[in-house]
Design a protein. Sequence first.
Length: 334
Amino acid sequence: MAVEFKDYYATLGVSRSASADEIKKAFRKLARQYHPDVAKDKKSAEEKFKAINEAYEVLGNPDHRKKYDTLGANWKQGAGFQPPPGWEQFGGGAGGRRPRRGQTSDGEEFEFHFGGTGFSDFFEQFFSKRGSGRGFPPGADADDDSARSYVQRGSDVEGEIAVTVDEVLRGSIRTVSFERINSRTRETEAHRFKVRIPAGVQDGQLIRVAGKGETGFGGAAAGDLYLRVRLAPHPDYQIQGSDLIADLELAPWEAVLGATVSVRTLEGSVNVRIPPGTNPGQQLRVRNQGLPRGSSGERGDLFVKLSVKLPTSLSAAERALWEQLAKTSQFTPR
């Protein structure tokens, strides 16, 4: 299937030779700029925010980036883009499978197309795990008697849905669209329905949508649609289960003398006490400021990872003070 190529390097505004750190910095800058909570044009920002998240989902993952780069010269074919020969050998799609496709008994393929999941068709084609339903029973044709007399529940279908940290915190209702080719009539069917994202949902968890899978045979029930949750990256937090990790830069004197610093959380800000003599890399725990743990109502913790930011330019007075400190201090780092 031809899909529109997504130039993820252009989306993040980095070169194809950019380092992992450069890609991370570009993502954080753009994600903060286009976050729907702060942007004036929320609808436009939301689409841009999704594109930025998708680009980082690929380029921020070494394995995904390697697969993406194997597309090579084919990347400039635009709307007529097709994967290069041998793509499956590089793991195109999850586990090297051909994503979002099934096959009838006579060899004709049918495809699934998802909308509203936070991922483009390009991402779903090459970087998303897709389950597929079965076609007709072995040896059967759509119009023959064996197909009409065969009774079997429709197969389940699996897709993926990008879920933000805010949705994990509060839950949400999402509108998802699903197009498929009916394995009996060979006609395209479009389905649009609401999906509830429960608060506390975990990365990798399956959300079941009953009766939205493959059509059953002989009057049997349709299968179910399962949407596997993939937590969208966040510009300010690393996500580890229900815990969050945030970076906090300190001035040298704050690390040495101690300080009280305001730290942003998902729901506001809290004051964190920095003990005197804090070393870079040390983590401070802020209890109950992480994500919900399932439906229990319990919250994970926020861990603040500390680093020391050094001044890059000094006034004459500041330089004099640093020189005086160097002369009087008995501290030896080596």
